[in-house]
Design a protein around this ligand. Structure first.
Ligand SMILES: [Zn+2]
Length: 442
């Protein structure tokens, strides 16, 4: 697909997340994603075009090539969400369920999966790192990666990207179809040529021209009308599984778009334009392809975002629980000091008493030695030791009392802190419970 088509699809996906009726479980998160996106949408054109303009990994990562093959080992096709039109059409294809082989070196599904995971990781790093940390990714950078991801997802919906036929007639058909779509995007919206971006409407989406093509109108209307299904499809658990399913039905779609009764290498643009596949069905198939591409980008984006948000909520809960534990420990320590005080005090007072008697005895011993005119150096040493021991015992007694007083004074405060921490944990748990809908497996 071409530059403006990619940017437009990303914009339409954003609009889809805002306008579609998102299931209750993901609604708050969808709103938060749109709010976040609106600050960074100016990167959409460069971001969605980055894979073609900079990465240039078209020969491996923008495609996955299927070939009908009677001796192929795989004939399985994934069960996708029923709202995908390419899937519904695929189920009625003659080639559905027939064996195929896959060319090994292509990895568009891996690319989509890796980008999704790295988006989530980047948000986690952004959350955990302090502001100004040299390793913290910026929101601009993450937004850019959302748009890059949209490119790969969109490419997988371009049927010829999933078809092993070569169409080597200077790739005319491939280029022609993509040009057709790009022309329609450019003619249906107002484009700020100087800044290479769309002019925006008051809601921040591409500003429509008065005259729009039927295809563009269809996609705009479809994004509000189509039911938003959260699930990836039966047996699909992540971006990779989902994109693998998309590629299978994209492959089936390719044989509708360019039927097998032509010899691929011989299809020129003119031949294609005069075929009934083009004349009778191109518009219909384009609606299916572009409508589904918007759907898939919105779905993969929202899943990634919700996974980050779920992690964020869990991380907050863990933090609040640690605070609660600390508050609980502080209160327990204070209570222990208060409870043990009478016994500790009695014990320590006994030690003080003993030390004092010992000191008195040493004093008498010293005095009598001096009175007898004998050397009293050793006695003086013992006397000094007894004096120190008494001072220490007295100091410990004073400290016990001070600790007791402090514990008593802080008791109410510590109880209030614990209560506040408990309320915070309960609130967060209740919030998470709201999101922990069993039907919402990610
Ligand atoms: Zn591409």
């Amino acid at each position: 697909m071409k530059k403006y088509t990619h940017a437009w699809l990303a914009m339409m996906a954003m609009k889809r997340i805002e306008k579609a009726k998102i299931p209750a479980r993901q609604q708050d998160d969808a709103k938060a994603l749109i709010t976040w996106f609106k600050n960074y949408r100016d990167f959409v054109l460069s971001g969605a075009w980055y894979p073609d303009s900079v990465f240039k990994d078209m020969s491996t990562s923008h495609i996955v090539k299927y070939k009908p093959d009677a001796s192929g080992t795989s004939g399985s096709f994934r069960v996708m969400p029923p709202t995908l039109q390419m899937y519904r059409l695929g189920l009625t294809s003659d080639m559905y369920g027939k064996p195929y082989t896959l060319e090994k070196r292509h990895n568009i599904c891996d690319r989509c999966e890796a980008f999704t995971e790295s988006l989530i990781d980047s948000f986690k790093i952004l959350t955990m790192e302090n502001e100004g940390s040299p390793i913290v990714p910026s929101n601009n950078h993450i937004a850019m990666r959302f748009f890059i991801l949209s490119h790969y997802i969109a490419d997988c919906h371009m049927p010829l990207h999933c078809d092993a036929r070569s169409f080597y007639n200077k790739n005319e058909v491939h280029g022609f179809i993509e040009d057709e779509w790009d022309k329609q995007v450019r003619s249906s919206y107002c484009i700020d040529e100087d800044n290479e971006r769309f002019f925006y409407d008051p809601e921040g989406y591409p500003l429509k021209n008065i005259a729009m093509t039927e295809l563009m109108k269809y996609v705009e209307e479809d994004l509000e009308k189509r039911e938003f299904v959260w699930s990836w499809g039966t047996g699909c658990n992540n971006t990779w599984d989902y994109m693998s399913g998309i590629s299978q039905y994209s492959y089936l779609m390719s044989y509708r778009l360019v039927p097998a009764d032509h010899i691929p290498d011989e299809i020129s643009k003119n031949l294609y334009m005069n075929s009934s596949a083009y004349k009778d069905h191109f518009l219909e198939y384009s609606k299916v392809i572009l409508g589904d591409a918007v759907e898939s980008i919105a779905k993969v984006w929202l899943h990634a975002w919700v996974r980050y948000r779920d992690w964020f909520r869990d991380t907050e809960l863990a933090y609040f629980k640690a605070q609660q534990k600390q508050a609980d420990n502080n209160l327990k320590t204070a209570n222990k000091i208060i409870d043990n005080y009478p016994a500790d005090k009695e014990k320590q007072a006994g030690k003080v008493k003993d030390s004092r008697s010992s000191l008195d005895a040493k004093q008498q011993d010293y005095d009598s030695t001096i009175a007898k005119g004998r050397n009293a150096d050793k006695k003086a040493e013992a006397l000094e030791k007894a004096r120190t021991k008494l001072a220490e015992a007295e100091e410990k007694l004073a400290r016990l009392e001070a600790d007791y007083k402090e514990a008593q004074a802080s008791l109410e405060n510590l109880k209030a802190l614990l209560l506040a921490a408990q309320i915070q944990v309960k609130r967060k748990e209740a919030e998470i419970k709201r999101y922990a809908d069993s039907n919402s497996g990610i």
